[in-house]
Design a protein around this ligand. Structure first.
Ligand SMILES: Cc1cc2nc3c(=O)[nH]c(=O)nc-3n(C[C@H](O)[C@H](O)[C@H](O)COP(=O)(O)OP(=O)(O)OC[C@H]3O[C@@H](n4cnc5c(N)ncnc54)[C@H](O)[C@@H]3O)c2cc1C
Length: 384
């Protein structure tokens, strides 16, 4: 990498958040470099289920629901845009989601969620047992209630990452992977002039740390404290008959996502085990038991693949998006926990807007990196 090159934006991290920032900046004509360790299987964005919530942007009332709504809207637009630009189909489908309550407590929680949905413009319907049987004949019917959210969508995460990388390259972005592993920052007084990688310095007018769960440890090299604690999620992929399940099925935090080609993604655990991306017999066992109880014919499906990803945690339920306090030209976009696949594109757009001095489309004050954080409770799985 020639030392004389000064990029407009250096993005550290090539997950959905980093690539979305790179894509938005490259589309705006900025000279972008993406620095990434290079192993797709290490990314939470590769491991993700790819569920895209149904929040409509125009009717979202809070900053967080606006971030969700903008993310969902951009996923739909980008799916078409990326196919036209790169020829890659990212598997975007509005398949709908059915959420189940196992007992009265969950039924109450679902009724409350339905009230929230209504207030935020999300279409939903309570399903009678007959209607549920029509929609999903293979599902076991011993639930207290079931709700359909028709506008919930999904995309195939590895295809989204591949399409974004190709699109960014076509728009002139430079990629350093795996030589892009960042080990420090180029600091002059309070100004950050880029990063130090394992193969040398990379200079940039603006540097964005979007390194997922690794963002906190990386920024600790500047003496900064950002809690992006990893939260492991294990997943199983089953291969069965096409069309056995048609909607995303959700019970508590567990779900089955039908991929339309006979693959069924079953997820996921929520575990705080540090930077351990292992798949465990215990985790997989619980996921398989859940899937076969909800949809008994899946017991005959083949166990196609298993994996785990490390979600980037945050201390108060919200990501960090904005300028890093105490340093000029340094930004963070990390800590998206369970919603980073949906909100990644929205984070990319608002980060580009911040960098070029435009008004961000989402109010960013709740996500300010210098906000006082009150720790929210994040329950680990009781059973994994
Ligand atoms: C099992 C599972 C299911 C999920 N399901 C959903 C879902 O359905 N919907 C949803 O919205 N969200 C979901 N999520 C959450 C979502 O996947 C994450 O919030 C999101 O992917 C985070 O993206 P990221 O780009 O911040 O991090 P990552 O994808 O982890 O990317 C970070 C990148 O930074 C790189 N990196 C780290 N350190 C350095 C360094 N020093 N130098 C250079 N590069 C570095 C890493 O190698 C990695 O490529 C799920 C997560 C998991 C694990």
């Amino acid at each position: 990498m020639p030392e004389s090159t000064v990029y407009d934006v250096a993005v550290v991290g090539g997950g959905i958040v980093g690539l979305s920032i790179a894509y938005c900046c490259a589309k705006a004509g900025l000279r972008v470099v993406v620095l990434d360790e290079g192993d797709d299987h290490r990314k939470a964005s590769w491991a993700t289920a790819g569920i895209i919530g149904a929040q409509p942007f125009e009717q979202a009332k809070t900053p967080f629901t606006r971030l969700l709504g903008l993310g969902g809207k951009l996923h739909a637009i980008w799916a078409q845009e990326l196919r036209e630009l790169t020829g890659i189909d990212v598997g975007y489908r509005r398949c709908g989601l059915i959420e189940f309550a196992r007992d009265e407590t969950e039924a109450h929680a679902l009724r409350s969620a339905a009230g929230h949905y209504r207030a935020h413009g999300i279409d939903w319907q309570e399903l009678s047992p007959q209607r549920l049987a029509e929609l999903e004949p293979a599902v076991q019917h011993d639930y207290v209630s079931a709700y359909l959210v028709p506008a919930t969508a999904q995309a195939r995460p590895p295809a989204v990452l591949a399409a974004l990388r190709v699109a960014c390259s076509m728009l002139g972005a430079t990629f350093f992977t795996p030589s892009g592993t960042v080990v420090g920052f180029l600091v002059h007084g309070e100004r950050v002039d880029g990063v130090v990688t394992v193969t040398g310095p990379v200079y940039a007018e603006a540097t964005v740390v979007a390194a997922g769960a690794w963002s906190g440890p990386l920024l600790s090299r500047l003496g900064l404290r950002f809690d992006t604690e990893p939260v492991r999620g294990q997943v199983c992929l089953l291969a069965g008959p096409v069309g056995l399940v048609r909607h995303i099925l959700m019970v508590g935090r567990r779900y089955i996502v039908p991929r339309f080609d006979g693959l069924y993604l079953v997820g996921s655990t929520q575990e705080r085990v540090g930077y351990d991306g292992s798949v465990t017999a215990h985790g997989v066992g619980h996921l398989l038991a859940f899937a076969c109880a909800l949809c008994p014919p899946l017991a005959d499906a083949k166990l196609h693949r298993t994996w785990a990803g490390l979600r980037p945690g945050n201390p108060d339920g919200k990501p960090f998006i904005g300028p890093v306090p105490g340093y000029e030209r340094l930004f963070i976009a990390a800590g998206h926990l369970r919603s980073g696949f949906v909100t990644g594109p929205a984070t990319g757009l608002v980060m580009k807007q911040l960098i070029v001095g435009e008004e961000p489309e989402v109010p960013l004050w709740p996500f300010r990196p210098d906000r006082p954080v009150t720790a929210a409770t994040l329950d680990d799985d009781e059973d994994s």
